[in-house]
Write a protein that binds this ligand. Structure first.
Ligand code: THU
Length: 128
């Protein structure tokens, strides 16, 4: 993934992060997905007083893309404020696999990033 595209996705993920609803963990996350047709979809984490109902930023972004008809995704950028790169949880990796996500862009607080193929983050994917 070219640097300019990564930077654009990171900027969109940061914008989405501002809308995060995280009163319990105080850990805000934003995600931006690049669909096959070039469209960008974003999401943030949305928590709930019943903690298990909370939803990650990545899945909110991917489901937004899916709800608009996308079935194949080129990349997803994930931006949080953890010390190192914000990496996706296992559940989100499986959802990324469902929609054939190619590359995962993990971002540090200073917006430096790494690009890792999803196949490296989730080998031996479960599929039907
Ligand atoms: N979270 C995400 O949205 N994405 C990640 O990659 C890691 C965790 C959210 C879930 C919860 O709202 C908060 O961060 C703390 O786990």
């Amino acid at each position: 993934m070219e640097d300019a595209v990564c930077r654009k996705l990171i900027m969109e993920a940061r914008k989405a992060q501002r809308h995060a609803y995280a009163p319990y963990s105080k850990f805000t996350v934003g995600a931006a997905v690049l669909a096959e047709d070039g469209a960008i979809y974003t999401g943030c984490n949305v928590e709930n007083a019943s903690y298990g109902l909370s939803m990650c930023a990545e899945r909110n972004a991917i489901f937004q893309a899916a709800a608009c008809g996308c079935r194949s995704l080129r990349a997803i950028a994930i931006a949080g404020d953890s010390d190192g790169y914000t990496a996706p949880c296992g559940a989100c990796r499986q959802v990324m696999a469902e929609f054939h996500t190619g590359e995962v862009i993990m971002v540090k607080p200073d917006d430096t990033y790494v690009v890792v193929p999803l196949k490296e983050l989730l080998p031996y994917t479960f599929e039907l």
